[in-house]
Ligand binder design. Structure first.
Ligand SMILES: [Zn+2]
Ligand SMILES: [Zn+2]
Length: 315
């Protein structure tokens, strides 16, 4: 209310009617910013965006990129951006949420697309918090590309936990395309994509859904190949309009980005060929452009349904 009083004074609105109107508008804004959205249509399989952040910038509105696929009450984390453990906690019954599979002490499986910091800065948190805060004793099973073994060893060394390695984590480096993990709930296939050397996308097949995650990539025929019959395609994207303005004078960076990421126009074209049930835009590089610019660029080529992913969206 102090804030409201200052605000109304500022714009010289003292009567009660105007004050209530502004209060109404403010509460609408606040509700909109924090509202959780649930687009899911299955009780068996859900996908939760734990962090929708694009690029390495510390956006106060998006946690670092991370997803969770939950089948019944078992969860599978994909990528470890900053904030993922807290966002998972927000959905867990212990903290008032409704997704049992995201109880922090129960998270058992984690998959990494590539080693870039915006995908791994939350890794120490994911390794240590369940054990430290909840006395979890079962090790986390981590599947990552070459480098994950060494990164894990360094993290445990840094925190003086090498003696506890066995109860903390088992790492599995995958090096080849195809099935990298399978249990009674999921089959996980990895496929190489077009990003720094050694970057991968994933296709998760659950009892009732096929979910494809592009990872970071330029437009990739492998994504098309592995997306056949996909219910959900979760794809990275950048907004061309912002990119063209921001990098107008930096040809080298332009070239690097174009060969490592997918513009909204390119994604629209790709998605039109794939024709998933639903396209989810994720890890969005906006380069200062607006959400409307993104929608316009996608719509130029894509005729299907798509949603711009936000933190804690459920699909
Ligand atoms: Zn990234
Ligand atoms: Zn990357």
């Amino acid at each position: 209310m102090v804030f409201l009083n200052q605000f109304t004074r500022l714009i010289n609105l003292r009567d009660m009617k105007s004050k209530s109107l502004i209060l109404l508008l403010l509460s609408f804004l606040i509700v909109n910013v924090s509202a959780q959205r649930d687009f899911s249509d299955s009780d068996t399989t859900k996908l939760v965006i734990l962090g929708s952040g694009g690029g390495p910038g510390p956006s106060p509105f998006h946690s670092g990129c991370s997803l969770a696929i939950i089948v019944f009450d078992t969860s599978y984390i994909i990528d470890f951006g900053t904030g993922l453990v807290r966002k998972a906690a927000a959905m867990a019954p212990t903290y008032g949420g409704h997704i049992k599979g995201l109880e922090i002490k129960n998270i058992g499986y984690a998959f990494l697309t590539h080693m870039h910091p915006d995908h791994t800065l939350g890794y120490p948190d994911l390794l240590l918090t369940p054990w430290w805060a909840f006395r979890r004793e079962k090790p986390l099973e981590v599947y990552g590309p070459h480098g994950i073994n060494q990164m894990t060893d360094y993290i445990l060394k840094a925190y003086g936990q090498t003696d506890n390695q066995e109860s903390l984590v088992n790492t599995h480096e995958y090096t080849e395309e195809g099935i990298i993990y399978q249990d009674k709930y999921v089959k996980v296939e990895a496929f190489p994509v077009l990003h720094m050397p050694n970057s991968w996308g994933f296709r998760f097949t659950t009892p009732d859904k096929v979910i494809v995650i592009s990872g970071d990539t330029a437009p990739s025929e492998k994504v098309v190949e592995y997306s056949r019959g996909a219910d959900l395609l979760v794809h990275e994207v950048y907004i061309k309009k912002g990119f063209d303005i921001k990098l107008a004078n930096d040809e080298a960076r332009q070239l690097w980005h174009k060969s490592n990421h997918t513009s909204a126009y390119e994604l629209g074209e790709l998605a039109n060929r794939i024709n998933p049930e639903l396209l989810v835009l994720y890890h969005i590089g906006n380069w200062g452009a607006s959400e409307q610019d993104l929608i316009d660029e996608i719509n130029e080529k894509y005729k299907g349904r798509f949603i711009i992913g936000q933190d804690l969206d459920v699909f």
